[in-house]
Structures are given as structure tokens and as C-alpha cells.
Design a binder for this molecule. Structure first.
Ligand code: GLN
Length: 360
């Protein structure tokens, strides 16, 4: 079936809808530059409200498997690919991408000029788009820009979950967490309790954990303004790591500001400099917002990590408290695991008794 991607700028790109499209899909259009990782992309809650264009021209060749989902629910609004591999050529694959998208109701459009769309996004920035079979009738007044929506509440469940039985107890505050963050902490010997952000205050008071991980999550961090006071109180009390949205929330909580990049960093090869060790990590990333450097004065937070491509802030540490925050994804699903060391640094912070900082 013919399908179309209509951009907010008015441009229309034609392709083939795989399966069916029951209704128009309104979402923010973003691009992902990894050559692999589509399974993690479609299941990462941070992609809620976004349709994802893959820059790599052939997608789907290793299929989908049981182990690589980042959450149980499908998350991305839709996928846009150039050439789709119909087969799934991997010994662990139990579905093709096409079947997996069909089973989980993620619309998939193929044979699209993805290169042209990505060039447009780079010029204009991430914007609204519609996937439709009828491009004449598209009405952008029906959709709200993603930064004005509370998408975190859509992806967080109300449950409290427990994993591992290690000595150090970490509360993972859920804003749309990825399963692989839990996996890394459990591997490093932690017990992890996942707590929805709406219950973080009471639960943390009750559980008295050894450390806190503020998770990744979708949308604009400023949508969570009512929770910033609690986040600051918690971070001043417990060793804390913030990842991606968690990092942005820590910055806002201590009085800094965030802004939206023209087009986000989404892929698996973003170089990041740690200015303390002078090491460069190849990192996996998925974000639109960044912390504004000029806004950090008097917050007690100082930039530690920088993106080498565009100079944006990629992580912070606090001058007095054991607080570390990173914009990239050290759990590396998908992507290189160079920066898994960030979890080790966090676990050292958690293990150190008293309130002294333990940074590498
Ligand atoms: N992966 C994330 O946590 C993304 C954070 C935030 N939603 C952003 O786009 O910047």
C-alpha cells in the first residue's frame, strides 16, 4: 500500500506501508544513525511520541530476538526505512522486523528516500510529521508538539519491581527506564528496586537505599517541573547517577537550564571527552535536549563530559555531593560499551561510606 510521510514544512515523501495503517500517525520525526540497534530503538521508552528515520540504508537483516527488548511495550510511534530486509538472518532471531512491527502495532514504511528526509531534518530541525495514506488531508492543527506533552506518564508503570540480590541497594527512579540499565547494575552486584517517579519520595524514604539512579525517559524534561524539588532533596542525600533525562532533571533541579538541539543525537558513535581523565568514549545516544553551559553558575554542578562533534555538555558532577550525571547511554543498548565504566564509578560512589566523592 502506498504511504506518505508529510513533514510540518509541507514536504511529502512517498513509500510503501508494510501491513496496514488504520489511522494517521502524528509524531515528532527524528533520525537514528546506528547501523544496528533497531530492536532497542523500537522498544526504548525514550522514543515515545517519535517516528524514527534510520539513516543506514538496509534495516532488519538480523531480525528481532527475545533478549534485546528494552521494555515490554512497543514505544516508537513508527519506523521509516529505506530498504527492509524481509528475512531475519541471525541464529537468535525469532521474528522478522516486519512481523515484529505488525505484532506490536508499530507502523513501518519502507522504500522511502530516507536520505532526503534526514537532510531536511538537519536543516530544519526535529519537527512534527504525519504518516498517512492520504497526504492531501493532513492537518497539523490536530497534533501537539512533543515538547508540550507529558509522555513520561504514558511509559511509566505503577508497579514497584525488584531485581538482583546484591549487597548495594539502588533505587532506580523510573521515568521510562531501559531494561539494560537494570542488567548492568545487577551484573555489578547491586539489588535494584524500580520505583515510578510519582512515588519516589515515599518509596526512597521507606527503602533507605544506598544509591539512586534517575533513569532516561521521553519528552521535554521541563514537563517534570513539579518533581524537581524532590529530586534535589534526594540527590543531596544519596549518591546519585542521572542518565539522559535523569541528567537533565538533575541539572534543572539544581537551578540550571536545558534547551532543545536543532536535531538530536541518536546513534551509536557519538564521541565524548571526559575532561577529568582526558579519555574519549564512543557513546550510544538518544536525546533532543541538552544542559545549557552558561546556566550552571552557582548550581554546584560542573561540566565534566563534552560532545566532541558539537561541543555540547554530555555530563556533570557536583562539587560537594556524590552526584554524577551523563547525557549518553553507558548501558550501550545499542552501541559500544566503552562507557560502561560510568556504572562502575557510580557503584564506587554507592559503596563508599560517608559522603565523600569517589570519582575516577
Ligand atoms: N534518552 C533520554 O532519556 C532522552 C531524554 C529527553 N527526552 C531528550 O530527548 O533529550
Amino acid at each position: 500500500m502506498n504511504g506518505y510521510i508529510v513533514l510540518e514544512t509541507g514536504e511529502i515523501f512517498k513509500g510503501d506501508i508494510q501491513g496496514k495503517l488504520d489511522k494517521d500517525i502524528h509524531a515528532e520525526i527524528v533520525f537514528f544513525t546506528g547501523m544496528t540497534g533497531y530492536q532497542e530503538v523500537l522498544s526504548d521508552p525514550s522514543f515515545k511520541g517519535q517516528m524514527v528515520v534510520f539513516t543506514y540504508p538496509l534495516i532488519g537483516n538480523y531480525g528481532l530476538n527475545e533478549g534485546d527488548y528494552e521494555s515490554i511495550k512497543p514505544q516508537a510511534s513508527a519506523l521509516i526505512v529505506s530498504e527492509l530486509s524481509k528475512g531475519a538472518y541471525h541464529y537468535e532471531a525469532n521474528h522478522s522486523l516486519e512481523n515484529g512491527c505488525g505484532n506490536s502495532n508499530i507502523p513501518l514504511i519502507t522504500n522511502v528516500d530516507t536520505r532526503a528526509i534526514v537532510k531536511r531534518i538537519r536543516e530544519h530541525g526535529d519537527m512534527r510529521a504525519v504518516m498517512t495514506t492520504n497526504p492531501e488531508n493532513v492537518d497539523f492543527s490536530k497534533s501537539t508538539p512533543l515538547d508540550q506533552l507529558d509522555v513520561v506518564s504514558d511509559v511509566v508503570t505503577n508497579e514497584i519491581l525488584s531485581f538482583g540480590n546484591g549487597k548495594e541497594h539502588v533505587v532506580l527512579v523510573d521515568f521510562g527506564y531501559k531494561k539494560s540499565m537494570v542488567d548492568v547494575l545487577v551484573k555489578l552486584g547491586c539489588q535494584v528496586t524500580v520505583v515510578p517517579f510519582t512515588k519516589m519520595k515515599e518509596q526512597i524514604e521507606q527503602l533507605k537505599p544506598d544509591g539512586i539512579l534517575l533513569s532516561n525517559g521521553p519528552g521535554n524534561p521541563k514537563q517534570l517541573a513539579p518533581y524537581l524539588t524532590t529530586i534535589k532533596e534526594i540527590a543531596e542525600k544519596y549518591p546519585t547517577l542521572g542518565i539522559c533525562l535523569g541528567h537533565q532533571l538533575l541539572a534543572l533541579a539544581f537551578g540550571a537550564d536545558t534547551e532543545k538541539l536543532r536535531f538530536g543525537h541518536r546513534g551509536a558513535n557519538q564521541p565524548v571527552l571526559d575532561k577529568v581523565t582526558n579519555k574519549v568514549y564512543m557513546t550510544s545516544q538518544n536525546h533532543s535536549y541538552v544542559v545549557k553551559e552558561g546556566s550552571l553558575n552557582k548550581t554546584g554542578l560542573e561540566p565534566r563530559f563534552y560532545n566532541i562533534n558539537d561541543g555540547s555538555i554530555e555530563g556533570l558532577q557536583h562539587q560537594n555531593f556524590p552526584i554524577l550525571s551523563i547525557q549518553f547511554h553507558p548501558e550501550a543498548h545499542p552501541g559500544p560499551s566503552d562507557s560502561e565504566k560510568m556504572f562502575e564509578m557510580f557503584v564506587s560512589m554507592v559503596k563508599s561510606k560517608g559522603r565523600e566523592k569517589v570519582y575516577a
